[in-house]
Design a protein around this ligand. Structure first.
Ligand code: C2E
Ligand code: MG
Ligand code: MG
Length: 561
């Protein structure tokens, strides 16, 4: 209407006027742009609309239709709502004032809404007051964050509400750092923080405790579902690609949630719970979030216990190696051994690597352990070569972790071990997994090349279980492919697996790589790998991993033949 347009047309805030029949009489330009020309979303539930702008939400997650409420007789001032857009752009914060008005024309009874976009204020509101400790990008730092959790827990005791702490782990930040550099990674984190800030209520607290982890405190939670809905909003807000040096990068987060419950834990415990849940979310392919449950604590305690026990085991040298012979398929002669680590646990007996390598990897303890394994393997083969004629031409194949390859002095350490043990470089083969090639992408080619220049052979272990792309292998200077035993396992009954196995062997040949088959358990497996013309293999059919003494016996018996 002209009168409304002349009154409110230029107003910086959005103005919407409706009559008693819910007919929108006027929406100024600001309102049109805010609601994508459909201010009727203020009236209708989402299901009734087909609009690009979806629904105005109370921060608690409840849908709110302010115009309808005013027409029903309610008045309110500065009510804060979130306007969520189905185009997955960050939501907009609104402050809405609504009251009944008398219209100049019948039916006279009407409603006016004055709507202000307060997103910018919200962003600055999460920055701490000047006196508060400042963390990264003006977010609260660890001390202030912990203090706020503690205060929220106190508050929650007087109310029927709880407190939620969320840990958010940014997936693939490392890949961005590796590919585009740390500066680009930092910029990406700032943009992520910016999108998160747009989702916050005044009482929420966002912090970055370091690395690729954000933490979020949500107070006055009355329903778990509201937090779950909030997590969905986080995923939605982070879904549109981020621009990194002109590239569209998709980023997502794993979210762990800890709720204060009946027996309220302290701030540290609640944060730890969220962290445990986040680690679970990381390792499960689910909804991208996980809510802490008590049984998870026991698992985390177990892994903590294991970590402490591993540290002690390294100090007390509780590890030893077994050796599994590797055979030349055509002649069935032993050509080398793979050294495999075992832990002689003082209470639990002998533990296989599956029980401790994952924790050793996670905690970095694999680094000292891995260097010990390499040194011990080289020392042992050298001792055999010096005493047993049949051992002179053998090689030892040693598994190395990607964590070891991330060390800057990896080459010097390998050289040092060869020098100290006196083993010829040509008698050493290093087994790496595809993760070594992927995780250390920028510098790994030169490192591998330098290792090979020493005369050491490189083997890609468990091939087929990871990225499994032969197409990238030609970039890396490796000599051998060890095909994972899962391919041989059912190859006689599973035709598809046999086909994959065949094409792997052929492609490896085309790349000039030698192929080793793992897990030869039955004469049928053996017949199969012979038919495929794999050069060498290992498996229980020939020999299980053996103790030092048992392997010496095998070598001696070969001499006796
Ligand atoms: P891997 O490097 O692929 O080692 C081969 C595994 O297959 C060994 O298990 C071996 O005992 C098992 N194996 C060999 N032949 C057969 C067979 O015919 N059938 C079956 N079912 N299994 C067979 P193990 O010793 O339990 O080692 C498991 C994994 O633990 C290794 O897989 C490797 O990834 C890791 N690991 C072992 N020792 C070390 C080590 O010294 N350093 C590092 N970083 N990882 C190690
Ligand atoms: Mg191996
Ligand atoms: Mg393997």
């Amino acid at each position: 209407m002209d009168m409304y347009a002349s009154l409110f047309g230029d107003c910086g805030d959005a103005i919407v006027i409706a009559d008693q029949q819910s007919k929108i009489l006027f929406a100024n330009e600001k309102a049109q742009s805010l609601f994508a020309a459909h201010p009727s979303v203020l009236l209708q539930p989402l299901s009734d609309t087909n609009h690009t702008v979806s629904v105005v939400n109370e921060p608690e997650g409840a849908a709110c239709y302010p115009l309808r409420e005013v027409l029903a007789g309610a008045n309110f001032c500065d009510r804060e709502c979130l306007l969520q857009s189905s185009t997955a752009a960050p939501p907009t914060w609104l402050s809405i004032t609504g009251y009944a008005i008398h219209l100049p024309e019948p039916p006279h009874h009407g409603a006016l809404l004055l709507i202000r976009d307060i997103t910018a204020q919200k962003a600055s509101a999460v920055a701490p007051a000047p006196s508060a400790p400042r963390g990264w990008q003006g977010l609260v730092d660890r001390t202030a964050f912990m203090a706020r959790i503690a205060a929220a827990l106190e508050d929650a005791q007087q109310q029927p509400t709880s407190v939620a702490v969320l840990c958010l782990d940014v997936k693939r930040l490392k890949a961005v750092n590796d590919t585009f550099g740390y500066l680009a990674g930092d910029r990406l984190l700032i943009e992520i923080a910016d999108r998160l800030i747009h989702l916050l209520r005044p009482s929420d607290t966002l912090s970055r405790l370091g690395g690729d982890e954000f933490t979020l405190l949500i107070e006055k939670v009355d329903k778990t579902d509201n937090v779950v809905a909030f997590v969905a909003a986080i995923h939605t807000a982070l879904a549109p690609p981020f621009q990194v040096q002109g590239h569209d990068i998709n980023i997502d987060v794993n979210v762990g949630i800890g709720f204060s419950r009946g027996t309220t834990p302290d701030a540290d415990a609640l944060l730890r719970q969220a962290d445990i849940a986040m680690n679970r979310a990381k390792h499960s392919f689910g909804a991208g979030y996980c809510i802490f449950e008590t049984f998870m604590q026991a698992d985390a305690d177990d892994s903590l216990y294991l970590e402490m026990a591993l540290k002690r085991a390294i100090a007390h040298q509780e590890f030893f190696l077994e050796y599994q012979p590797i055979f030349w398929v055509r002649t069935q002669a032993i050509i080398g051994v793979e050294s495999l680590v075992r832990w002689h646990h003082p209470e639990q007996g002998i533990l296989p690597p599956a029980k401790f390598i994952p924790v050793a990897e996670k905690t970095g303890l694999i680094i000292p352990l891995g260097w010990w394994i390499l040194e011990e393997s080289c020392r042992q083969l050298k001792a055999w070569q010096d005493t047993l004629t049949n051992a002179e031409k053998l090689f030892v194949s040693v598994n190395m972790s990607s964590k070891q390859f991330a060390q800057t002095d990896v080459l010097d350490r390998i050289k040092g071990i060869l020098k100290a043990t006196g083993l010829a470089a040509t008698a050493l083969k290093i087994e790496i997994t595809e993760s070594v090639l992927i995780e250390n992408s920028s510098s790994i080619i030169e490192i591998l090349q330098a290792i090979r220049d020493l005369g050491i052979k490189l083997s890609v272990d468990d091939f087929g279980t990871g990225y499994s792309s032969l197409s990238y292998l030609h970039k890396f200077p490796v000599d051998t492919l060890k095909i994972d035993r899962s391919f041989l396992e059912n190859a006689d009954s599973d035709f598809e697996k046999l086909e994959i196995l065949q094409s792997m062997v052929h492609l490896a040949w085309n790349l000039g790589l030698e192929v080793v088959a793992e897990g030869i358990e039955t004469p049928r497996h053996f017949a199969q790998i012979k038919a495929l013309r794999c050069e060498s293999g290992q498996g229980f059919l020939f020999s299980e991993p053996l103790s030092t003494e048992a392997f010496e016996e095998v070598l001696r018996s070969q001499t006796d033949l």
